[in-house]
Design a protein. Structure first.
Length: 285
């Protein structure tokens, strides 16, 4: 057990849950070893609470060993989850809910000023107000240095500001398992594309080579790299898909991998991505 996830019993419940909930949200999991749904929900709770950082803790109550606690909090079925803030129950549910629902419930009762700032920064970034967004992301990271959403947002802002060493540093702090991990790797690939485009002489030079040798897949690949490097993702996807349709194994799947990287970078719901994932699948299979 960690400082964020711990067992509690009748003797220390007031200290570890009631008093502690004045400092952070405390999620109490009433469970038992014989309970199958408890074994399903337990790891989900641990993962979600861990992702919330120092804003939340998980207290585990074995109802077989603490029947008085279960009775005091009217636990009639398990797993039962009760969420405490400032000594009061602010949310509760019974049963092994899906992770998405658990996340929604717990995030709704652990939001703070920084979450509001994140929403503000994301909106600024979406409108292209990169400098202002970057300042807010930096402010958030002063208080929550491991906030992956802020790390990714600031890395994206620095990409637009052409501060590539900072992009590498920030994206590199996002660990595997984070929902932002694949997007962070895609940001690093984007930096590589920008540098590769410069080494190839720029987009105009690549377009000239393609016009002179339209069947040269290497020239088309480099043109796609330059298109993506300049933010013309639609043209990049179009060129890479054409390569896959002609030769699936080109550079050991480099065109395919480049397309997937753009999907991660922009997000599957981005209008530029559109139906390209389906078109790529059809081209490959």
């Amino acid at each position: 057990m960690s400082e964020q996830i711990f067992d509690v019993n009748q003797s220390d419940f007031d200290l570890k849950v009631i008093e502690e909930s004045s400092r952070r949200t405390v999620v109490v999991d009433f469970w038992a070893a014989w309970c199958g749904p408890c074994r399903t929900l337990g790891p989900i709770l641990e993962q979600v609470v861990t992702s919330l950082g120092d804003r939340a803790a998980l207290a585990k109550v074995d109802v077989d060993r603490n029947p008085d606690l279960a009775m005091a909090y009217q636990v009639r079925g398990i797993p039962a989850v009760k969420v405490f803030r400032d000594g009061q129950i602010v949310s509760e549910f019974v049963g092994a809910l899906p992770q998405s629902e658990v996340e929604a419930i717990l995030k709704s009762v652990t939001s703070d000023e920084n979450d509001d700032l994140l929403t503000q920064a994301d909106a600024l970034a979406e409108r292209g107000e990169t400098d202002r967004a970057a300042l807010i992301y930096e402010r958030i990271l002063e208080h929550r240095p491991d906030d992956d959403r802020a790390l990714f947002g600031l890395a994206w802002a620095f990409l637009n500001l052409k501060r590539h060493p900072r992009v590498r540093e920030l994206a590199g702090r996002i660990q595997e398992g984070s929902p932002f991990y694949d997007r962070a790797r895609a940001l690093l690939k984007q930096v590589e594309r920008i540098e590769a485009c410069a080494a190839a002489g720029g987009r105009a030079a690549c377009e000239k080579r393609v016009s002179e040798t339209p069947e040269d897949l290497d020239a088309r690949f480099n043109l796609a790299v330059c298109c993506a490097a300049g933010g013309d993702y639609a043209a990049a996807l179009r060129e890479w898909l054409a390569i896959v349709e002609r030769k699936k194994t080109f550079r050991d799947g480099a065109a395919r991998d480049a397309m997937v990287s753009i999907f991660h970078l922009l997000g599957q719901n981005h209008e530029t991505v559109g139906d390209y994932p389906q078109r790529l699948y059809r081209a490959l299979y």
